[in-house]
Design a protein around this ligand. Structure first.
Ligand SMILES: *Cc1c(COP(=O)(O)O)cnc(C)c1O
Length: 493
């Protein structure tokens, strides 16, 4: 299967798309076509362990990769997960199901893709004849950074440098990053906010002087952020996998289908659900759940994407985002493949901060998507209710999806089975979760985790307790205009 840029640049193979990350015209690589899955295919999938499921699915999504070649990669990637099912589906009441994506090493769903990406990236580089070391540069608002550090740690032929905003991530997230081990990992705090770090990284990618210095050291730049095809494809796999599990459990009627609710920031996770639907998974409605930064739910309601609005810090920080980059891939479908149209919208977004789709497109969008949002109070209430009534503990991001899924059912009366996508362990956000279920906490985030565990009896992942005593290995701090020097200094240490 070939991939085309959302903004019109020519077709490329999967390995080329993965190595490049972003197309030369600034667009994202989108699939030209998708494999078609039948009910029988899902039934067969349900009999395989997760790594085999992933290898099979990825071999169909990514041209140039065989199942035999992908299997050992998937076994290494998903062998590090604490749950043998890797992405288990748990049943709650009222035909609600939770797809748990947080059993990886960093306790957030980013591991599902970032454990696999280094393998895909190095294999792609080999296929492309790239002999230089691949130097990954990434800015993070919290979860992506640690997942990238874990994924690329000690992977031959790669290095990873993560920039995070000084004082802009949670205590657990910072501790996770600055204690990272590995000969090829670098972590630097930037004096500024996430946008400063992100802009700084983008500028390095476009800085000929910096690129030349990296080249002189035998390194070529790449990115691990969520627009890379190598992150999107492994995400499609867990939706097809969940569909197979639900079918095997007799959870839904094949003809009626089921719905999914996804806590959304950059639109990457929910876009994967959309592609799974396009592959034949009988997903009827995609519930796009935002926090107070509800730019997407407004878009789905009105057809206007308008990022000119105040930015809110919430208790679901990984969704505090106003530019949902991955939406661009879905726009290409709404525009029936008209890349010039997508390009025009993206230019408008850049210059005016907004764009509007046509009424016909809006109707089509709304036939598949439902948008809603939950503020912090509503999020806490969803955590409290699920805990009180079902003894199931949700993290704040997952709870946003739960709350909006409930709104969806009430407003539409559609009571098909609902797959709620859980993107983080509640223990990654212990203090907020404890507060929501009225467990008194004292001290720091690690004390909160202990108190939450004592009060609920739900075991905290081993990583949480271990983290507290790990030595700090990275303490570099730089100004936002000195990020290039920081990268180079990292290699000279
Ligand atoms: C990244 C993240 C999200 C948002 O996912 P997108 O793909 O950006 O929509 C939601 N929850 C958690 C915990 C995350 O880390």
């Amino acid at each position: 299967m070939a991939f085309v840029s959302t903004r019109g640049a020519g077709r490329v193979s999967a390995p080329e798309a993965i190595v490049r990350g972003i197309a030369p015209d600034g667009g994202l690589y989108a699939p030209e076509s998708l494999p078609q899955w039948s009910r029988k295919d899902f039934e067969a999938l349900a009999r395989l362990p997760y790594a085999q499921r992933a290898a099979l699915i990825l071999s169909q999504l990514l041209d140039g990769f065989t199942e035999e070649e992908l299997l050992p990669m998937a076994q290494s990637a998903y062998g590090r997960f604490s749950d043998p099912a890797v992405a288990p589906v748990r049943a709650l009441k009222d035909r609600r199901y939770v797809l748990e994506l947080f059993h990886g090493p960093t306790m957030a769903f980013k591991d599902m893709a970032l454990q696999m990406l280094p393998w895909l990236m190095t294999a792609s580089a080999r296929k492309q004849g790239e002999e230089r070391e691949i130097a990954i540069l990434t800015a993070t608002s919290g979860d992506t950074g640690k997942a990238a550090l874990e994924g690329f740690r000690d992977v031959p032929g790669t290095s990873v440098t993560v920039f995070y905003p000084l004082g802009g991530v949670s205590a657990v997230q910072e501790k996770q990053m600055v204690t990272s081990r590995g000969k090829n990992v670098h972590v630097t705090a930037v004096r500024g906010n996430f946008d400063d770090a992100q802009t700084g990284v983008k500028q390095l990618f476009a800085d000929p002087g910096f690129i030349a210095q990296m080249n002189a050291r035998g390194k070529t730049l790449s990115s691990a952020n969520s627009i890379n095809l190598g992150r999107l494809a492994p995400q499609v796999a867990y939706y097809l996998s969940a569909c197979a599990d639900l079918l095997a459990q007799g959870a839904f009627d094949w003809d009626a289908g089921f719905n999914v609710a996804v806590p959304t920031g950059n639109f990457g996770n929910i876009l994967a659900a959309w592609y799974a639907h396009r592959c034949g998974a009988p997903i009827r409605r995609l519930v796009c759940a935002s926090n107070c930064n509800n730019v997407l739910s407004d878009f789905i309601r009105t057809g206007v994407y308008d990022r000119c609005r105040p930015f809110h810090k919430t208790i679901s920080p990984s969704m505090d985002i106003l530019i949902s980059s991955n939406l661009e891939r879905f726009l290409l479908e709404l525009a029936d493949g008209d890349a010039a149209q997508v390009n025009a919208w993206m230019q408008q977004l850049k210059t005016e901060g907004a764009y509007e789709i046509t009424p016909t497109m809006l109707l089509r969008l709304r036939a598949s998507f439902f948008g809603g949002f939950a503020d912090d109070e509503k999020t806490r209430a969803a955590i409290a209710k699920t805990w009180a009534e079902e003894k199931y503990l949700m993290d704040p991001h997952t709870a946003v999806a739960e709350a909006v899924a409930e709104d969806y059912r009430r407003e539409t009366g559609d009571d098909r089975p609902m797959l709620i996508v859980s993107t983080a362990s509640p223990y990654k956000f212990s203090a907020d979760v404890a507060q929501a279920i009225q467990v008194p906490v004292s001290g720091d985030a690690f004390d909160a985790a202990r108190e939450l565990e004592a009060a609920t009896g739900i075991p905290a992942p081993a990583q949480v307790a271990a983290l507290r005593d790990l030595p700090v290995l990275h303490s570099r701090v730089c100004d936002r205009d000195k990020m290039g020097e920081a990268v180079l200094a990292g290699f000279d240490d």
